[in-house]
Each structure stands twice: as structure tokens, then as C-alpha cells.
Design a protein around this ligand. Structure first.
Ligand SMILES: Cc1cc2nc3c(=O)[nH]c(=O)nc-3n(C[C@H](O)[C@H](O)[C@H](O)COP(=O)(O)O)c2cc1C
Length: 200
């Protein structure tokens, strides 16, 4: 008879996708942070347009970024582990998320492994965070963001805050990613917690 109790609990798993919107630094930094955090297994996919932007914005090659992840999946491998709801994960972060991938998720197309993995995360009622990036938005973008929100996903455009007086782009990126990690209840020290305005 098969036992229902596992010998050891599975690691916390997070699926990360980098797509072809500007701001691939968010995905790369996220992978670096996940590597530093104990007990988290990262699963990475990079779209073809994401690879273009990695080169354009960070002068990084696909292999360099893939080396930051525990497990790498091809976006064309729709038979991968993460394509199934039986694969247990804490959820998925698309950083950054193009309007094309947003549209694909919003319409349940599952036309590549990124969209399929997001579809699975939504159907299993797990956490899906889309760091959407475009400006300005057209009505299709706005409607697609509404659809994903209605399905339980979180639309998280990487819009920097300024109240903590960031001194660098790296600080802005970390501040935003700290808020993303908060959504997965992952402990970090990236952002000082707001304790209210201090009187001068
Ligand atoms: C340099 C560059 C910057 C881009 N920036 C954006 C962007 O900010 N937002 C967006 O939705 N698409 C952007 N695109 C277009 C997407 O890469 C394109 O729609 C692509 O088909 C997205 O595919 P993917 O979602 O599979 O990565 C950009 C393309 C390039 C080459």
C-alpha cells in the first residue's frame, strides 16, 4: 500500500519566468536573491524575447542567467514537470511580464510553457505574480490585467517608490522585489519596514 506521509517534505519551489519586456534586471536579481535564501528551489524559463533583452539591457547571455537557477525549463517543453498541477510549488513570478505573455495568461492559451505553468498555478489556486511592464496601456492590456486579477493572479507592475530615498537603481529594484517576496511570505531584509512618518 502507498503511504500518504512523505519521508521528507518537498522544498519550497518558486517558478520564475523572464519574458521580453524591458526590465529583465528584475528577473535576474530575483534569481540571485532566491539563491541566497535557504530552502528554495527555483525553476526558470526565459522566452526568446527575454534572451534578446538580457543581452540588450544587461549584456548577459542565456547560459549566465540559467546558471542562477536550480532547474531550467525550455519554454517549448510543454511536457515539463511544471506543466502539471501535480508538481507542487508555492507559485510563479513573471519578471518582467510582457503584454504578449499577459494576454496569453489572461486568455488561458497555454501556448508555451510560461503560459501553461501560469495557467496551472491559477487553476491550482496558487500565487501568480505578473510584473507587467508597458506604458502607456491600451484597453486590451487593461482588460487582460483585469481578467488575471479576477482569476486570482496579482498584477505587480515594477513601479519604484521614492519615500525610502533610493540612492541607486539597484536599491529601487531590491525594494520592489522585497515586496514581491512578501507576497510569498519569504523572509528577507531587502526593505526597511515602514513605521510611519517621523516628525522632524
Ligand atoms: C528591447 C525591447 C523592449 C521591449 N519592451 C517591451 C515592454 O516593455 N513591454 C512589452 O509588453 N513588450 C516589450 N517588447 C516586445 C516583446 O518582447 C514582444 O511582444 C515579444 O513578442 C514578447 O514575447 P514573450 O512574452 O514571449 O517574451 C520589447 C521588445 C524589445 C526587443
Amino acid at each position: 500500500m502507498v503511504s500518504a506521509s512523505p519521508s521528507q517534505p518537498p522544498p519550497r519551489r518558486l517558478i520564475v519566468a523572464i519574458t521580453g519586456a524591458t526590465g529583465v534586471v528584475y528577473g535576474v536579481r530575483l534569481l540571485q536573491l532566491l539563491r541566497e535564501l535557504p530552502g528554495i528551489e527555483s525553476h526558470l524559463m526565459i522566452s526568446d524575447a527575454g534572451v534578446l533583452n538580457l543581452h540588450q539591457e544587461l549584456e548577459m547571455r542565456r547560459k549566465q542567467v540559467e546558471a542562477l537557477a536550480d532547474v531550467v525549463h525550455s519554454v517549448r517543453d510543454v511536457g515539463a514537470s511544471i506543466a502539471s498541477g501535480s508538481f507542487q510549488s508555492d507559485g510563479m513570478i513573471v519578471a518582467p511580464c510582457s503584454m504578449k505573455t499577459l494576454a496569453s495568461v489572461a486568455h488561458g492559451l497555454s501556448d508555451n510553457l510560461i503560459a501553461r505553468a501560469a495557467d496551472v498555478v491559477l487553476k491550482e489556486r496558487r500565487r501568480l505574480v505578473l510584473m507587467v511592464r508597458e506604458t502607456p496601456f491600451n484597453l486590451a492590456h487593461l482588460r487582460n490585467m483585469t481578467s488575471v486579477t479576477e482569476m486570482g493572479g496579482i498584477i505587480f507592475p515594477p513601479l519604484p517608490g521614492f519615500y525610502h530615498r533610493p540612492q541607486s537603481i539597484a536599491e529601487m529594484v531590491d525594494h520592489t522585489l522585497g515586496r514581491v517576496l512578501d507576497l510569498f511570505a519569504i523572509e528577507h531584509t531587502l526593505t526597511p519596514r515602514w513605521s510611519g512618518l517621523k516628525a522632524e
